[in-house]
Design a protein around this ligand. Sequence first.
Ligand SMILES: [Zn+2]
Length: 303
Amino acid sequence: MFIKSRCESAELKQLRYLHIRTNLSEKEKRHFSNLEKGYEGELKFDMLLDNLSGEWLILSDLLFEVGNTIFQIDSLLISQKGIFLIDVKNFEGDFYIEADRWYTASRNEIKDPLLQLRRSESLLRRLLQDHKLNLSIEAYLIFINPEFTLYQAPRDLPIIFPTQLNRFMKNLNKRSSKLNEKHSKFADLLVAKHMNESSFTQLPNYDYEQLRKGVICEGCQSFLISVEKYKLACNSCGYKEEIKSAILRSIEELTLLFPDRKITTNAVHEWCEAIVSKKTIERILTKNYKRLGYGWSSYYVNS
Ligand SMILES: [Zn+2]
């Protein structure tokens, strides 16, 4: 059972919007693509976990601080026999290990993903000790992409390769168990300790003026939108969306990118590049947000 499910990080969403509305540098594009790929891999793994039989408590995407150190866990499975800490990597292509260092096929050194796993494991162990919980931990690094190969890997590493994933899941199924109150209390504790925002986000600098305005097509991310009766239609892919839903989506983008900007009819009108009238925007805002203040100084907040 999923106790805490996964959702896209604010950083990933922000980068996606910025990628459409401005020009990211090559480095920023790489970072965005890594985040997107990583998230894709984690979702794939969640789908496998969905088929687990027996009693499991599953927590996805956790962020903790223990002794001034912040660490992140992709998936944590709680069973009667102990805890499985899992890091999922969606690496694609050929990699090799040489003298304990990891490299891509083109000889670029990458961060050793096992170091990160070991660090998370030891910090999680500390968290358990702090709460006087006696549960064993097994930590695994899972490579989910079938196009991944790692040369020269010692056999005793806690790694599950794509070709071993089915067997790994079968073994987990064999170990299914009965859970009790102790386990659910522990899961509750983890959810309570989870921090929402990472301080590690690497967002590019951007300002309002520099971003392209307009409504983005939900189907193909283009700006080629025209208005039909109650819908917005994309001239590029033909996707149609209710005006209301497209405007609400654009407002969400605006608030995520500029949390300090007040949501007003004018602000949304400008952000959507005047694709619909101010009257329509005001009607959508009034129905879906709470209005604060009066007249010219009024603005909207989440109701
Ligand atoms: Zn489109």
